[in-house]
Write a new protein. Sequence first.
Length: 257
Amino acid sequence: MDFVKLNVQGSVANIEISKEKSLNALNRQVLTELSKAIDEIKTSSTVRVVTLTGAGEKAFVAGADISEMKDLSKTEAEEFALLGQKVFSSFESLDQVVIAMVNGFALGGGFELALSCDVLFATKNAKFGLPEVGLGLIPGFGGTQRLSRSLGLHMAKTLTLSAEMVDADKMKALGLVFEVFQTKEEMVAAALKFASKVSSKGTQAVASAKAVIEKGFDLDMKAALKAEADSFSKLFQEAEANEGISAFLEKRKPSFT
Ligand code: CAA
């Protein structure tokens, strides 16, 4: 792969989007390579957490590649949006937990990519925004839908309609970013620590919790609670729940395999 680096170390897979000259902008090739990386992770029996970052200090991802969008026909633009949406949705449907490590600009498609991750860490210099209306466009990789689901209707409209950029501290205050770091190195170290915490928990429990939280968003409360009860009860058929509960009662640490 030319622009996406996948590096697996133990239970953590790191994906780096590496197209620094154009601030890691997403063209079709980058999206296709991201999709390949996800396919590899999907079939892994060892990876529990995925960390996702952009190469360099300046940008996580500065959006969809504007030069590639220049002469798109309506049909091509729709195909491009559907490709980005499909790739981003596949981060959400992974069993593994995905941590976005946002360094610098996360704009347009870059912000939309971060929104499709489960946990967001950011460096102090991170800037989030949806500048699309300034290009005469709207977000096309899920931003019009995921931002309102994450931050609520009014914040989503405020940021999308104004193209206002928001820094990492404000995004933390808004509840989207979990932690803010002075440097990329500190952020990576903290993400690995977080990954190791997740990896010490029940594999099926973590995957099941992620899946039912995602699924519940698209259901009414009654159906969502039913989905939760289904997922909760299924875990009682697994050795993992037996081990977790026994370990608590025997006052020892669980040993999940
Ligand atoms: N697409 C293509 N190239 C991009 C890019 C993008 N989204 N963002 C930056 N670049 C390129 C620049 O063209 C420039 O290339 P050259 O050196 O060849 O000229 C290089 O990256 C460095 O960028 P700047 O010189 O502009 O750097 P800066 O520090 O002055 O500004 C910035 C940084 C504010 C992020 C600015 O680059 C910028 O505004 N980028 C565009 C952000 C944007 O509008 N993103 C939304 C894209 S549309 C989208 O994502 C639609 C969708 O939802 C599907």
